[in-house]
Design a protein around this ligand. Structure first.
Ligand SMILES: Nc1ncnc2c1ncn2[C@@H]1O[C@H](COP(=O)(O)OP(=O)(O)OP(=O)(O)O)[C@@H](O)[C@H]1O
Ligand SMILES: [Mg+2]
Length: 244
C-alpha cells in the first residue's frame, strides 16, 4: 500500500479533459516530482487530491483510506497540506496571523477565544524562524516581497503538522539564493521524515531534489522513474518539444 494513491482520476471542464485516467502513487518518505508541459493537468490533480474540486471518476487514497469525497479541511486534518501556484495570502493580515489561520483547531477555538493562543503563536514563530523571516512576523503580508511571501507560504504549509506537503511551483519566480534556501529546507524536513509531492518547472530542482519523477501530458501519466531515466526518456522529450 502506497502512502498516497491516485487511482484512475478523471476531470473535465466543459470540453477539456484536464485529468484523464491519471494513476500514480507517492511513497512515504519520498520527494516525488509531478512534472509536465503547461496545461498537463498538474494543478488540477493537486486540486483533486486536496478536495477543492471533485473528480468525475477515480479515487484518492491516503494511508489506505479513501479521501476522494472529503472536504478540504478534513483532508488537511488527515495530514495533507499544500501551497498554491498563485499566492493566496491574506494581505491585510500580518505574517504571523497568516500562519495562525492555518491551524486546524483555529475555527473551533474562534468560538470562544479571539486572541492568538500561546501554542499557536509559539509554533508560528518557530516556523518563521525556520524559514528565516522572524523579523517580518508583525508586518502586513501585502508588504512582503515576492520571495518573502514564498517563505511565508512555506512556513504556513507546515502549521498543520502535515505528513505530506504538496508544493505547486515552489521555485517559480524565486531568485537563485532563495531557491537554495528553500531546497535546503525541503531536504532537511524530508530527512526528518516529511513526504513531499512537488510540481515544478525548474528542471535543476526536479533532477537534484526529487525522486521519483512522475510526468504528465494531456491529463495522463506518460512516464515515471528516477530523474536520470526521465531525462533520457524520448516520450518525455517529445511531450515537452510538442509544447511548441
Ligand atoms: N477551473 C477550470 N475551468 C476550465 N478549465 C480549466 C480549469 N482548471 C484547469 N483548466 C484547464 O485544464 C487543463 C489543465 O490545467 P492545469 O492548471 O491543471 O495544468 P498545469 O499542468 O498545472 O499547467 P501549468 O504548468 O501551466 O501550471 C488546462 O487546459 C486548463 O486550461
Ligand atoms: Mg499548474
Amino acid at each position: 500500500m502506497a502512502f498516497l494513491e491516485i487511482q484512475d482520476l478523471t476531470k473535465s471542464f466543459g470540453g477539456i479533459q484536464a485529468v484523464d485516467h491519471c494513476t500514480f502513487s507517492v511513497e512515504q518518505g519520498s520527494i516525488t516530482a509531478l512534472i509536465g508541459p503547461n496545461g498537463a493537468g498538474k494543478t488540477t490533480v493537486f486540486n483533486l487530491i486536496t478536495g477543492l474540486i471533485k473528480p468525475d471518476s477515480g479515487k484518492v487514497l491516503f494511508e489506505g483510506r479513501e479521501i476522494t469525497a472529503k472536504k478540504p479541511n478534513q483532508i488537511t486534518r488527515a495530514g495533507i497540506s499544500r501551497t498554491f501556484q498563485i499566492s493566496r495570502d491574506l494581505g491585510e493580515m500580518t505574517v504571523l496571523e497568516n500562519l495562525v489561520v492555518q491551524s486546524p483547531t483555529r475555527g473551533f477555538l474562534d468560538l470562544f477565544q479571539g486572541s492568538i493562543l500561546n501554542h499557536e503563536y509559539e509554533k508560528a514563530m518557530e516556523l518563521l524562524d525556520f524559514v528565516g523571516i522572524t523579523r517580518l512576523a508583525h508586518e502586513k503580508a501585502k508588504k512582503l516581497s515576492y520571495g518573502q511571501k514564498k517563505l511565508m507560504e512555506f512556513a504556513a504549509v507546515l502549521m498543520t503538522e502535515p505528513k505530506l506537503v504538496m508544493l505547486d511551483e515552489p521555485a517559480g519566480g524565486v531568485n537563485p539564493a532563495l531557491l537554495e534556501d528553500i531546497v535546503a529546507r525541503i531536504e532537511l524536513l524530508n530527512s526528518r521524515g516529511l513526504t513531499f509531492l512537488i510540481v515544478e518547472h525548474n528542471m535543476d530542482v526536479v533532477m537534484n531534489l526529487c525522486s521519483p519523477v512522475v510526468v504528465m501530458a494531456y491529463g495522463k501519466v506518460i512516464a515515471q522513474g528516477k530523474p536520470q531515466e526521465i531525462q533520457a526518456n524520448p516520450i518525455v522529450l517529445e511531450a515537452y518539444l510538442g509544447e511548441g
